[in-house]
Design a protein around this ligand. Structure first.
Ligand code: BJ8
Length: 385
């Protein structure tokens, strides 16, 4: 234990409390004989991992601490999420990666696909082939086949049997977690949101570092109760006239919290995150009445990420969120060199223009060097709302 804690990243102390505690909790689970499966993407059906009695953990890194290390191997003009994730793996500085018995990749964007080819030299990596369109019959068949193959890989590697009963239980548990996290962010649909966007992000992002379902749901229920109580007392987290912002784009959290901070320091309040840290992941439920593997295939294939072409589900989700949260403006965060989201910006802009919703797109990375520049842009945007 002591050795492991000694190798925690230098920025350990600055991580959210949930993430810090998560490191310790993960070590305890490993000590108790549990195996860990690391994932990078919302498309990976974690219910299969849960049904196998394994612990799923998100591996996307959100700090620039190991980017220099990664750039010894990877090109510098690559998305920071990919560089940081690889950097933490090669430098052994991410305890979650360190503890992972299996790492699951997916063929989403080109940078990640190629990075997995290198990661395989360090870890046991399994890559799921994700189709890039939802509209062809064959896509669904291919994805269902990938889900079957992933199930078999888990069973083989860990010597377990994923029965239908276990899978149905995992679907129910994960649906419950999604429903609670959705309740957390939907509370900010109130005319005066009861929590700031920063606090909301802390809860949503931090939830992935809670590994025991019962503890996680209990804590979320307590958090929801506290937020409701303070809302009932009229203790809003933002001024009555704060501009209501929806954040979209690449996954946000860790270093990119800076964007939420500058928006909220400039007279805005982030009421909802449409990206993978928020509604993209928690908006819908897996059908509990359907055959579980089929239900998982349908649920995950329908995720509205820019790696899909075309990508109507992202726009459909927005339409609903903009109305439900009474949005004054949309801010898109693009990570540097994320081509799929960057190209989709045009479609997004047109979609919002038709609805008269102001839009700001910013590109950033994991360093804090552009915080002032982001603040200037956010302040000018909110000023004109
Ligand atoms: S479902 S958003 S987690 S792919 S790594 S695409 S930022 S260039 S993370 Fe993502 Fe799954 Fe989609 Fe969500 Fe761009 Fe970077 Fe690629 Fe990225």
């Amino acid at each position: 234990m002591a050795n492991q804690i000694n190798t925690l990243p230098a920025l350990f102390e600055s991580f959210g409390e949930a993430r810090r505690n998560g490191f310790i909790a993960m070590k305890r689970l490993k000590d108790s004989g549990k195996a860990v499966v690391g994932t990078f993407c919302t498309y990976v059906p974690v219910e299969l991992i849960m049904a196998a009695g394994l612990i799923p953990v998100g591996l996307c890194s959100t700090s620039d601490e190991t980017i220099a290390e990664a750039e010894k191997t990877l090109p510098s003009n690559l998305c920071p999420l990919i560089k940081a994730s690889y950097g933490f793996a090669v430098s052994d500085k991410c305890p979650y990666m360190y503890f992972a018995d299996l790492v699951v990749g997916e063929t989403t964007c080109d940078g990640k696909i190629k990075m997995y080819e290198l990661l395989v030299k360090i870890k046991d990596v399994y890559v799921m082939d994700l189709p890039h369109t939802q509209r062809k019959e064959g896509s669904r068949a291919l994805w269902l086949g990938e889900i079957h193959a992933f199930k078999e890989r888990l069973e083989r590697t860990f010597g377990v049997s994923i029965t239908e009963e276990k899978l149905r239980r995992a679907v129910k548990e994960r649906n419950r977690e999604r429903a609670l996290l959705k309740t957390v962010y939907e509370l900010s649909a109130a005319p005066v949101p009861p929590i700031t966007g920063l606090r909301q992000l802390e809860i949503l992002y931090g939830s992935q570092f809670k590994f025991i379902h019962e503890e996680k749901t209990r804590e979320l229920e307590e958090i929801i109760k506290k937020i409701k109580d303070s809302g009932a007392k009229g203790e809003g987290a933002a001024a009555q006239n704060a501009k209501r912002i929806l954040i979209t784009g690449c996954p946000i959290g860790g270093a990119t919290e800076k964007l939420v901070r500058v928006i909220e320091e400039s007279g805005g309040v982030v009421v909802v995150f449409e990206n993978c840290t928020g509604a993209k992941q928690f908006d819908r439920q897996v059908d509990e009445d359907a055959a579980p593997l089929e239900a998982l295939a349908d649920y995950y294939l329908a995720i509205g990420c820019s790696v899909m072409t075309p990508n109507p589900n992202r726009l459909e989700l927005w339409g609903r969120l903009c109305t439900q949260f009474n949005i004054d403006g949309v801010v898109e965060m693009l990570l540097q060199s994320c081509h799929t989201y960057a190209v989709e910006t045009h479609t997004v802009r047109e979609f919002l223009k038709e609805r008269n919703i102001p839009f700001l797109s910013v590109e950033t990375g994991y360093s804090q060097g552009d915080a002032e520049q982001l603040k200037t842009r956010a302040a000018a945007f909110i000023e004109m709302l």
